[in-house]
Design a protein around this ligand. Sequence first.
Ligand code: NDP
Length: 326
Amino acid sequence: AKTWTLRKHFVGFPKCSDFEMKEEQLPETKDGEVLFEAVFLSVDPYMRPYSAVHMKEGNVMIGAQVARVVESKNPSFPVGCYVVASTGWRTHSISDGKDLQLLLTDWPESIPKSLGLGTIGMPGLTAYYGLMEVCQIKDGDIVLVNAAAGAVGSVVGQIAKIKGFKVVGSAGSDNKVAYLKQIGFDEAFNYKTVSSLEEALKKCSPEGYDCYFDNVGGQFSSVALEQMRRFGRIAVCGGISLYNDTTKQTGPYVQTVMVFKQLRMEGFIVGRWKHKDEETLKQLMAWVKEGKLKYEEHITKGFENMPAAFMGMLKGENTGKAIVAV
Ligand code: NDP
């Protein structure tokens, strides 16, 4: 098996020299075990903050993959079946099956299996739970989402549209803004080129926002909170603008605005609703099949390009889900 390890802890933005590819000899599979090979691997923002807190130098990079079972001594996972596995950045892995999930059984040929890492996978679930469980979206709400052209954000906006809400999104290029309009966002803007974020948010929704799905944090949030309506709800999903920051984080200064507008702000991790995942994945799949939920993928070819794909995603090169195809 080939693996990518964390050679050096990231300081600021990750560099090529922070990663090291290694070869590993896997043992024979035992009774109850399966050997699988990665077909698609995911590169996700959380890997950046996670590495700082939970990883040691030399560890294999954490991450999920869609893999094909190539050897099986476990009847639940026959040879040829596809699984979602969280075994990290590795081409081949062995598992006793406990941490493996089969892809939904009636996965149509016409839908790429890589969506099991995106729209019909963890990011899709994140979007769904953030909107439905954390924002508890309700009639008449106006939704704001940032990093809107990415894996999570693009699903947030589309679910909000499926449910009949007004949606505003921000993203980091004009092409991404055009993409957001194409998939049904009511308003979208390029946060890198607007002269005033406050004015852009006001222009897109003069009446303000009821739900703010925050993928970015930092300065964007400080400004966005001021644009919330009374009893607004903020789903704190991520803070990608801060992940590579080497300075101590201060703000957003939330107390005054939260009191006067009676806002509710809640951080969440997608795994909280694990018991609902199967039913939610089926819903996401149904929307994809009906053409109501569109997907885009930014595919990098070759396991050797995992670090480049990861750094590219952090820089914003991806529209839709960033994926590596082996
Ligand atoms: P994306 O597909 O959205 O990729 C990351 C995007 O972030 C880039 O394409 C880039 O787009 C944007 N970005 C990068 N730097 C900045 C910056 N300084 N300011 C604003 N935007 C920036 O990733 P995901 O959809 O996978 O993840 C989105 C967020 O959701 C992340 O914060 C992630 O940590 C979080 N998350 C949280 C989960 C949870 O359980 N709470 C689960 C999954 C994801 P652009 O061109 O627009 O700048």
